[in-house]
Design a binder for this molecule. Structure first.
Ligand code: NI
Length: 173
């Protein structure tokens, strides 16, 4: 397994609509393992393939946050939100592609998702609380959408400028 570099916003690769995966090949399994390792190392609770520059519909998540609790890694190929609740929830979101910037985003509080699992089997499940927010945030990445796209333009521009500055600083270092 290896840790992959995470793209920082703004980057055109984060704005692309990712391609559906056609079956779970050994290469894609390896990619999913690398993504989990990259996510845990960051550390983060979710990561989408476009964030490491791979335009494929693949996300990984683990929203277990209680200290000492067993990890619950999830790998989803071609995830699709099939149903969302009317009821909404507000979470302060962040993103590994937008380091150290957080903002409240309102999303449906419960969703039903269909996806293909690591073993190639079709799966579905209902998610609520942090898991619901996380899976919607990650599926958004597959459609080239970031959580800051839900914010008012001024706030979004402020964050984007901070990220441009961060990238300039990193390039110089
Ligand atoms: Ni993100």
């Amino acid at each position: 397994m290896s840790i992959r570099p995470i793209l920082i916003h703004p980057d055109p690769r984060l704005k692309k609509v990712a391609d559906a995966v056609d079956g779970v090949s050994p290469e894609l399994k390896k990619l999913a393992e690398d993504m989990l390792e990259t996510m845990y190392d960051a550390p983060g609770i979710g990561l989408a393939a476009p964030q490491i520059g791979i335009s494929k519909r693949l996300i990984v998540m683990d929203c277990v946050k209680e200290e000492g609790a067993a990890p619950q890694p999830m790998v989803m190929f071609n995830p699709e939100v099939k149903w969302s609740s009317e009821e909404t929830n507000v979470y302060e979101e962040g993103c590994l592609s937008i380091p150290e910037q957080y903002a409240e985003v309102t999303r449906p509080s419960e969703v039903e998702v269909h996806w293909t699992a690591l073993d190639g089997a079709a799966q579905s499940g209902k998610f609520d609380e942090l898991w619901a927010t996380c899976v919607q945030h990650e599926v958004d990445h597959l459609d080239g959408k970031l959580f800051i796209d839900y914010l008012k333009p001024l706030k979004r521009q402020m964050i984007t400028r901070k990220m441009q500055k961060l990238k300039r600083e990193r390039a110089r270092a």
